[in-house]
Design a binder for this molecule. Structure first.
Ligand SMILES: [Zn+2]
Length: 237
């Protein structure tokens, strides 16, 4: 009847290594923050497009306003310069001036509106841009912490891995072979603790009474459900 104690020590190190590896590999890279950032980018891009569109419209309207002013001045000059005397020609020029003034009024109105719309749209774009920067900083900080934690986990893993050969040497060779075979088959965990409730600490199955008794008597038993070698809980000294 081999002594189970060295194997339990080895198992504890192996289980800790499995746990560290799982935590290392499954660390969240910040999925929620990344999704939030993408949504904010979209909102910001839309706000920027709108601000740019309105600013462009204002620039065009101001240029056109200037051009209309120049046309009106030019016709005015021709009309009152004394060169146009034909009444029908005078009427044509006057109609043209009327039409241009009408167009200018519409432009003036829109320009007034745009003088309010453009700064408001630009302020909104700036606000979204700031949200975006904050969220990006939040994600950067989170990801830095993930890198730090991964490094810590990798260090702990290395320390445990370094302890493993000596611990394995202390285990009865036949028992070690059995244990390693189970470990390879069942996710790196070869042993399970029998809980006070009489359940397997690994898979949760309620163990038969005789198995619990046998384990309490230091006999080698397997969990019928998860196949791991069973050991009894050792109270902390
Ligand atoms: Zn089990």
């Amino acid at each position: 009847m081999p002594d189970l104690f060295p194997l339990i020590n080895l198992h504890k190190v192996d289980a800790a290594m499995v746990d560290i590896k799982r935590r290392h590999d499954h660390m969240d890279p910040g999925r929620e923050l990344i999704a939030e950032l993408q949504a904010l980018r979209q909102i910001h891009a839309e706000a920027k497009a709108e601000a740019d569109r309105l600013a462009g419209e204002l620039k065009d309207a101001e240029l056109e306003q200037k051009s209309v002013e120049e046309k009106i001045a030019k016709i005015d000059k021709q009309l009152y310069g004394g060169k146009v005397v034909n009444p029908r020609e005078v009427e044509t020029f006057q109609r043209e001036i009327e039409s241009l003034k009408h167009h200018r009024e519409a432009l003036d109105e829109r320009i007034l509106e745009l003088w309010e719309l453009v700064p408001a749209a630009q302020a909104l774009e700036k606000e979204h841009s700031e949200h975006l920067s904050h969220k990006q900083a939040e994600l950067d900080a989170y990801q830095n912490r993930v890198v730090e934690q991964r490094t810590l986990l990798a260090d702990s893993y290395k320390k445990l891995a370094a302890q493993r050969p000596d611990l394995a040497k202390a285990v009865d060779p036949g028992l070690l072979r059995q244990y390693d075979a189970i470990r390879q088959k069942y996710g790196g965990i070869g042993m399970a603790e029998v809980l006070d409730s009489g359940a397997c600490g690994s898979c949760g199955t309620t163990l038969p009474r005789r198995t619990v008794v046998a384990v309490a008597e230091d006999r080698l038993e397997h969990c019928e459900s998860c196949h791991r070698l069973l050991f009894k809980a050792v109270p902390a000294v």
